[in-house]
Design a protein around this ligand. Structure first.
Ligand SMILES: CC(C)(COP(=O)(O)OP(=O)(O)OC[C@H]1O[C@@H](n2cnc3c(N)ncnc32)[C@H](O)[C@@H]1OP(=O)(O)O)[C@@H](O)C(=O)NCCC(=O)NCCS
Length: 186
């Protein structure tokens, strides 16, 4: 499902939100490597090997599947954010669920970019006949939890010791779900 939209942020900057393309791969490698170095909130972090072009190209090909969507947020030709929904499984019992991830480069936090991406991805998930969007977030990530709460996500579970950090400490996670299309079948 394709999207290509321009919108103005609260600080006046113009944000393009569009579906990621294979040609974005080199810029996405730089974007992700910066994002993963800036935050400990993703499974991949600065302690892991950096992303390389080949793996990013492989990943982008999976985003061409009909029920997977990856959007990139662009300011002045630079990728500053991304959001992904992907089918949890092609098995019939799981086709009603999609998994979700989102990120914005730190220098662009607080401009409303994640909020704009959430609005679009929830519409796309609904149009793709998903019944729920599932995510896992660290309990300490209050910024993301606030964002998810404001879009109607509910806490549906807890994972003790979800992440083991580089210093040996553990971080607990929570499952959050946004229920959509409750009366439909896929
Ligand atoms: C979480 C994240 C995506 C938010 O992106 P963002 O573009 O800064 O978010 P927005 O500016 O659109 O703000 C959206 C909402 O987040 C919440 N938020 C923003 N700033 C906040 C703050 N300082 N404290 C708490 N909540 C805050 C608010 O609910 C806000 O809505 P509002 O502006 O209407 O009040 C971004 O901080 C990020 O990429 N973090 C690192 C990666 C990450 O944690 N991803 C999620 C993994 S589960």
């Amino acid at each position: 499902m394709k999207l290509n939209k321009k919108t103005t942020l609260k600080n006046g900057e113009v944000l393009t939100l569009r579906t990621a393309k294979l040609e974005d791969a080199p810029n996405l490698v730089d974007y992700y490597n910066q994002l993963y170095a800036e935050t400990n909130n993703f499974t991949r972090g600065k302690e892991d090997a950096p992303l390389v072009l080949k793996s990013e190209l492989e990943y982008l090909k999976t985003q061409n599947l009909p029920r997977n969507v990856m959007l990139v947020a662009i300011i002045n030709k630079t990728i500053v954010g991304h959001v992904v929904i992907s089918e949890k499984s092609s098995k019939m019992k799981l086709k009603h669920r999609c998994e979700f991830t989102i990120g914005v480069l730190k220098q662009h936090w607080g401009k409303g970019i994640a909020g704009k991406m959430m609005m679009e991805i929830i519409k796309l998930a609904t149009n793709l006949n998903y019944e729920q969007i599932d995510l896992v977030v660290l309990k300490s990530n209050t910024r993301a939890i606030e964002l998810y709460n404001s879009f109607g996500f509910e806490i549906t579970g807890e994972i003790k010791h979800s992440f083991k950090m580089a210093d040996g400490s553990y971080e607990d996670g929570i499952f959050m779900t946004k229920f959509l299309n409750l009366n439909k079948t896929v």
